[in-house]
Design a protein around this ligand. Structure first.
Ligand code: ADP
Length: 452
């Protein structure tokens, strides 16, 4: 940053100085040109007056009085009678020279051009004399260029001095600008009050900090919950096994105890399976390929897997709707639908009903699962997607819940860009819906109704 500021400051200064020099040289040159022109004209008029009065001898008398000025006397026909610099005999006819032609025609004429004779750029001014001949006065313009070039060393020294000064100023200014940035309080970005331009960056940092903190808290809470959830069934298993080992159980009761150990072990297996699924989703390390999945077929298959559980409580399950294709990860979609349908059975009443609808809507594919179960009180509806959150802990455990099912649903939905909604009324039932985004949908087939 420091280097960049230095470089840009130096560049701006160098360009400014260069422009300044060019402008100054131009102004000086133009100003001197007009001075030179008016001096040459004035001199020409003096000589004109003198020659008109005293005759051409005046020119001879002048001789080399002014080394800067070249004076030429030219006849009507262009013949050179006199030239202060050259031998007039050697000079060619001047009737073709612009300033001479103009003077002969209008009384005066001027031009700037390279002199063939002297090899430098001259300003020529010619006036008509009383006898019809022409007096021409010329002065070299090389002096003007020399003045402009002459300023260059002064300007160069000035430029170097100014560059050094600018470098010092830039170093000081950069330090002053950077110091507050180096002293930023990154732990509490919003407490910094330095440059308004940094506010969006600080706000983004604050957001990130909060997100990191939330994730870290969630991880801590999750680990604490996992340990607790694992410990409870393990304690039961160890307790039952110990009693059996000590021979404190009558042979007739052994099947009951074994059943309890088996149940707790199953619960542990479910729990560990759910934790593995969730951490895979969490790490976004899902390597499975997306494929075209018929959501209707998938739901029917899930429902048929749940039918033994449903029949135990005499719950009727039905699937209606139409085949709808969706590009997603089959295994995760299966887990999402399974968890929602399983909850609809688990938290249903005996002789209840679970109605599943799968189909396409204007907004995309949708799976809707309604049950006639115990419902979820309003105040819990937001929180049921949190890990290990259960409305009624003992009720959930008793029904084999791990408290992770809906967390898996939520993460699966995020992975697919889908949305999960809940509508529920305590004691009446619950409707959970998965809304898939439209753009990922594949072609759909015809309409079908099915029951299982
Ligand atoms: P669990 O393994 O306990 O079922 P979930 O994450 O699947 O965990 O669900 C969280 C909680 O949400 C459940 O413990 C239950 O209290 C409530 N819940 C989920 N689905 C339903 C439903 N269909 N009817 C009533 N309560 C439900």
């Amino acid at each position: 940053m420091r280097n960049k500021i230095h470089k840009s400051m130096m560049l701006i200064l160098a360009v400014t100085l260069l422009l300044f020099y060019a402008l100054l040289a131009m102004i000086l040159y133009n100003r001197n040109i007009s001075i030179l022109e008016s001096e040459v004209k004035q001199e020409a008029h003096y000589i004109q007056a003198a020659v008109n009065i005293t005759g051409a001898e005046y020119l001879e008398q002048m001789g080399d009085a002014d080394r800067n000025t070249r004076i030429t006397w030219i006849g009507k026909d262009g013949e050179v009678f006199y030239d202060s610099e050259e031998d007039n005999e050697s000079l060619e006819n001047h009737s073709g020279r612009k300033e001479v032609r103009e003077a002969l025609a209008n009384g005066e004429g001027e031009e700037v051009r390279m002199s063939d004779t002297l090899g430098e750029e001259l300003y020529y001014y010619a006036v008509l004399l009383d006898d019809g001949s022409v007096l021409r006065v010329a002065r070299s313009m090389d002096g003007l260029i020399r003045i402009a070039v002459g300023v260059f060393p002064v300007m160069a020294v000035l430029a170097v001095l100014m560059m050094l000064l600018a470098l010092a100023l830039a170093t000081w200014q950069t330090k002053r600008l950077i110091k507050p940035i180096n002293e930023l309080n990154l732990e509490h970005p919003l407490d910094n009050d330095i440059y308004p331009e940094l506010t969006p960056l600080l706000q983004a940092m604050d957001r990130q900090n909060k997100e990191k903190e939330a994730v870290s808290n969630m991880r801590k809470e999750f680990s604490a919950n996992v340990s607790h959830e694992l410990k409870t069934p393990l304690t039961s298993i160890s307790g039952y096994a110990e009693i059996m080992k000590n021979g404190m159980v009558r042979p007739a009761d052994i099947p009951v105890f074994s059943e309890r150990i088996y149940k707790e072990a199953r619960r542990l297996i479910h729990l560990v399976e759910d934790i593995i699924k969730l951490s895979k989703l969490d790490e976004e390390s899902v390597e499975l390929e997306k494929e075209d999945v018929n959501l209707y077929e998938l739901t029917r298959e899930v429902v048929s897997r749940l039918s033994p559980q449903a029949s135990q409580k005499n719950i009727r399950m039905e699937v209606t709707g139409e085949p709808v294709m969706y590009k997603g990860i089959r295994q995760i979609l299966d887990e999402m639908v399974y968890n929602i349908c399983e909850n609809a059975v688990k938290y249903n009443n005996d002789n209840g009903r679970v109605s599943v609808w799968v189909g396409d809507t204007l907004d995309g594919a949708k799976i809707s699962v309604s049950d006639t179960g115990i419902g979820i009180p309003k105040e819990h509806q937001e929180r049921i997607f949190e890990r290990f959150y259960r409305v009624d802990k003992s009720h959930s455990k008793e029904r084999g819940g791990t408290g992770l099912g809906l967390s898996i649903v939520k993460h699966g939905a995020i992975l697919h860009g889908a949305k999960v909604t809940v509508e529920s009324e305590s004691g009446k039932g619950t409707r959970m819906e998965i809304h898939f985004p439209k753009e990922q949908q594949a072609e759909t087939g015809g309409s079908t109704d099915g029951r299982s």
